[in-house]
Design a protein around this ligand. Structure first.
Ligand SMILES: NC(=O)c1ccc[n+]([C@@H]2O[C@H](COP(=O)([O-])OP(=O)(O)OC[C@H]3O[C@@H](n4cnc5c(N)ncnc54)[C@H](OP(=O)(O)O)[C@@H]3O)[C@@H](O)[C@H]2O)c1
Length: 278
């Protein structure tokens, strides 16, 4: 009998690669999706020899509207279906909202929102029919905290909103499908070691974060698995971020926003001092 299969988007790096390793270590087959085929092939080889599982490679640019359907077709052509879907691929859209082109913002929405919803729309019906499925949408703790300029400058003005949508979408889809054996969760990581901050240019800021602000991709993946398996629809990995997101629920908005601004001013001063001394 074929093993269960997890389709993981953004598997060529960071949190997605950690999800793929986590599923493979649990004996699942995996379908690895991203643009950098050579990275996916290297990971597929590593997982196949370490765990004796099957690893499919699907090259796709999820900022392109046709990508989710092409991914579902590739899975079908390989004679497989997905028992789990990890919607994780993502990148920031740095720069002020009004100074970036609409074409770039539209690609951001396609990658960060539409592709997640469409992949779930394509794969969840089969899961419901078979009576088993797990869907994880990788959101962000930024969806649960007051917005801050530094975050939106690097990740995009739409970023916290896009990530918030994934939380509500996960809750609603879970309610719709739970009785048919399909669990859906949003996982909301804080700062995590990956290539994300190299791609969006925030590395100089993030490298100044105290160690306890930084999560490991493998801890995000295992926390998400635990959440979706238990039917928890929104999981914040790590004690520090649980504390911060809990605090932001009880603080009045203006207080939370003032704290974020003060933190930004401290960070900007520290960066200025560093660039003067360099
Ligand atoms: N790192 C953090 O601090 C953090 C915090 C909260 C949430 N997150 C979220 O976590 C998710 C994963 O990010 P990460 O931290 O693991 O960053 P990462 O190391 O940069 O990985 C991003 C992954 O997404 C893929 N990707 C990017 N654009 C794509 C596109 N157009 N089409 C297909 N795949 C694409 C990349 O693959 P290719 O370049 O090969 O296509 C890569 O595999 C993102 O959704 C991010 O918003 C990250």
């Amino acid at each position: 009998m074929a093993k269960r299969l997890a389709l993981v988007t953004g598997a060529s790096s960071g949190i997605g690669a950690a999800f793929a390793k986590d599923f493979a270590a649990r004996g699942w087959d995996v379908a690895l999706v991203a643009r950098r085929r050579e990275r996916l092939e290297a990971l597929a080889g590593e997982l196949t020899s370490a765990h004796g599982i099957e690893a499919l490679v699907v090259e796709a640019d999820l900022a392109e509207p046709g990508a989710p359907a092409a991914i579902a077709d590739a899975l079908k052509a390989a004679g497989r279906h997905a028992d789990a879907l990890v919607n994780n691929a993502g990148a920031g859209q740095p720069g002020a909202f009004i100074a970036t082109s609409w074409a770039d913002q539209a690609r951001f929405i396609q990658l960060m929102v539409s592709s997640y919803a469409e992949l779930a729309h394509l794969l969840a019906p089969g899961m419901a029919e078979r009576g088993y499925g797990r869907i994880v949408n990788v959101s962000s703790v930024s969806a649960l905290l007051p917005s801050a300029n530094a975050h939106t400058r690097f990740s995009g003005t739409l970023y916290p909103g896009a990530k918030s949508l994934l939380i509500k979408f996960s809750e609603a889809l879970h309610l719709e499908l739970e009785a048919r054996g399909v669990h859906v969760s949003a996982v909301c990581p804080g700062y995590t070691w990956s290539e994300f901050h190299d791609v969006n240019g925030a590395r100089p800021v993030v490298s100044r974060m105290p160690g306890f602000w930084m999560l490991k991709p493998e801890d995000v993946a295992s926390s998400a698995w635990d959440a979706v398996d238990r039917g928890v629809t929104c999981r914040v990995p790590g004690a520090w971020y649980k504390f911060l997101s809990g605090l932001s629920r009880v603080l009045p908005d203006p207080v939370g926003q003032a704290m974020m601004r003060a933190q930004e001013r401290r960070m900007a001063k520290a960066l200025q001092a560093e660039s003067k001394s360099a």
